[in-house]
Design a protein around this ligand. Structure first.
Ligand SMILES: Nc1ncnc2c1ncn2[C@@H]1O[C@H](COP(=O)(O)OP(=O)(O)OP(=O)(O)O)[C@@H](O)[C@H]1O
Length: 229
């Protein structure tokens, strides 16, 4: 089986007067269907690494390939296309557009990709919402939803284009324990039942302990990446 993500010596240095090293010499490989936690102390570079792996930021040096494609010589349009086609993102704060309904928020990435008709997009958005227990909230705007419901809409949006890879940055960080558990269960089901690959940045070591593998960072570098499966 070939890896979905392959990083070799990935390094990101901010060119400040005194350069800031966010990520240093990270080499890793993520296989399809893995459920992986990225852990580490505050400021250790977890988000920075996730952004590099998600093609939201560019490494200063090192190589990255996603789905067998070398990202090194891609221009921003090619990176954007690969993101839209293969990746879904969930952040700590939902970043839903406030003036759009839940359904219309989910429709946006599908419209951008341009593969489905308007009717198909609406049907798929409604089906995604129903699959996450939100069938009664299709036409509600974000302010009419609870924090946990909003985050489930954000998960539905991340799944809009049926990505192989889901990248989540503290997806339960702003939720109470019940909603956190609900979102965690959804992510786990995406891996176990749909074979998706899910990478989650988390401070929550108990949650990380329930995932397949932990990638631990200290000062932007890999510490011990131990596997339990
Ligand atoms: N634009 C920036 N300018 C200067 N320093 C930055 C910038 N972005 C990030 N950093 C620094 O880089 C380091 C890594 O940040 P990053 O957000 O990746 O860490 P993290 O492990 O995700 O942290 P947290 O758990 O607190 O969210 C931190 O020390 C941070 O202060």
């Amino acid at each position: 089986m070939s890896a979905l993500i392959e990083a070799d010596g990935l390094t990101r240095i901010l060119p400040e007067t005194v350069p800031v090293t966010l990520v240093k010499d990270v080499s890793l490989s993520i296989d399809p269907g893995e459920f992986v936690a990225i852990t580490g102390p505050s400021g250790s570079g977890k988000s920075s690494l996730l952004y590099l792996l998600g093609l939201l930021d560019l490494p200063t040096s090192g190589r990255l390939s996603v789905d067998g494609r070398d990202c090194g010589d891609m221009d921003e349009a090619a990176r954007a296309r690969l993101r839209l086609d293969k990746m879904g993102f969930v952040f700590q704060f939902h970043f839903l557009l406030p003036e759009f309904s839940a359904r219309d928020n989910i429709a946006i990435p599908m419209r951008k990709l341009g593969r489905l008709s308007r009717g198909e997009i609406n049907d798929r958005a409604e089906a995604l919402l129903a699959s996450l227990g939100l069938e009664d909230h299709v036409h509600k705007k974000p302010f009419q939803l609870s924090g946990g419901q909003r985050q489930r809409v954000a998960v539905a949006r991340s799944l809009a284009n049926d990505p192989a890879l889901l990248l989540a940055d503290e997806p339960t960080g702003s939720l109470d324990s019940k909603s956190s558990e609900q979102v965690f269960s959804i992510l786990r089901a995406l891996v176990r039942e749909q074979g998706k690959t899910v990478l989650v940045v988390t401070h929550d070591m108990e949650m990380a302990g329930r995932m397949d593998r932990r990638i631990h960072l200290v000062d932007g570098m890999l510490a011990d990446a131990e596997a339990t499966v």
